[in-house]
Design a protein. Sequence first.
Length: 379
Amino acid sequence: MPRAIVGFLAVVAMALGITGAAAQDTVKIGVINAYSGQFADPGVQLDNGIKLYMQQNGDMVAGKKIEIIRKDVGGIAPDVAKRLAQELVVRDKVDILAGLLLTPNALAVGDVSQEAKKFTVIMNAATSIITTKSDYMVRTSTTTPQVNEAFGTWAAAQGIKEVYTVATDYGPGHDAQEAFERGFTAGGGKVIGSDRTPVANPEAVYIWVPGGTQPPAIGKALAERGVTPANTKILGQGELTDAAALQAMGDAAIGIITAYHYNVEGTSELNKKFVGDYEAAFNGRAPDIYSLGAYDGMGLIYEVLKKTNGNTDGQAMIDAAKGLAWESPRGPISIDPRTRDIIQDIHIRKVEKVDGKLVNVEIAKVDKVKDPIKEAMMK
C-alpha cells in the first residue's frame, strides 16, 4: 500500500479514536480488586476465578481478544477505588469494569460507571443498594438480604422460637442482620436482642461476619467460650464456616448451620468439574464464593459479548445482560431484568464430619431467590 494512503488511514484512525488493530480487536476489562491488605486472600480467590474461566474458555470471544487490566485497591478504600476506576476509563481506555470485592469500593465506582456509561460486573460486593448506583451495573455474586431473609424464614420453620443476632457494624452486616430478622419474625420467631456480643443462654445465635480473617477468629472465640451447637443453635451466613474457620474451631463446629449461595461440596457434575479444575490449577486449593462470583462474572461478560457481537457500548451490554440465564456450578442462575441482580438458589448447610473431614453438608434449599430489598421496592 502506498505510504501516502497508509498515512491518511492513520490520521482517520486517530480521529476516530482507534490506535490500531489491537484497539479494534481487544476488549479491555479493568478489574478493581484487593490484592494486598486484610482482604488479599479473598482477592486472590476472586482473581483465580477470572483466570480459570479464561483457561477453560480461551481469551477470544465474538472475534475480540480479552485483556485484563488489574488494579489493587488494597482493602476498603472507596476514594482509591473511584480514582482507579477513573484511571481505567480515561487512561487505560477499558471497555468494562469488574471485580469489586468490597461494598464501599463498589459504591464509589458506581459514580464512574454511570458517568462513563461503562458496563460494570460486581463479582462479589453484596450490599443490596450497589446496583442502584449505576444503570450499567450487574451482579453475579449475591446480596446479603437474598441469603439471609431466606435463611431466617427457613430457621423459623424449623421450630426455633427465639434468636439473638450479632453482626459486623457496616453495610453488609446491617443488610444481613435486618434480613435474617425480617424473615425470622415473619415466620413466627422472636428476636430477643441484636448486638455484636451475644447475651447469656439464648436458644439460638445468628452471627454475620465478612470473609477474610474474621471467620476463623470468631469461630475460635466461640469455641473457647463454650458457645457450641451442643448448647446453643449457631446460625450464620456461609463465611462463618469457611475452611479456615472450620480449622480454627475443630469439632466444636459440628452442627453449625449456615446459608449460602454456593456449596463447594455440591454434587452436580458441573460443580465437580469446576472444583476439580480449580484445584488442579491452583495447587489443590478449593474454590469459594469469591472464585465463583468472578467465574460467573466472566461467563456473563462472554455471553453478553456474543449477544452484542462484540459491541462494548454500555447500554447495548446491559440490555443484553438483562434476563440472561445459564447453568452455574452453584446451580441455575439468571439476571433479573428489572434489578440487574442475580436470581439463584440458597443452600442451607450443616457442619458434619465426613470421612474424618469437617464439611458443610446441604440439608435444604430455597429455590430461585431474588433480592428481597429490591423486590419490596418494586411493589
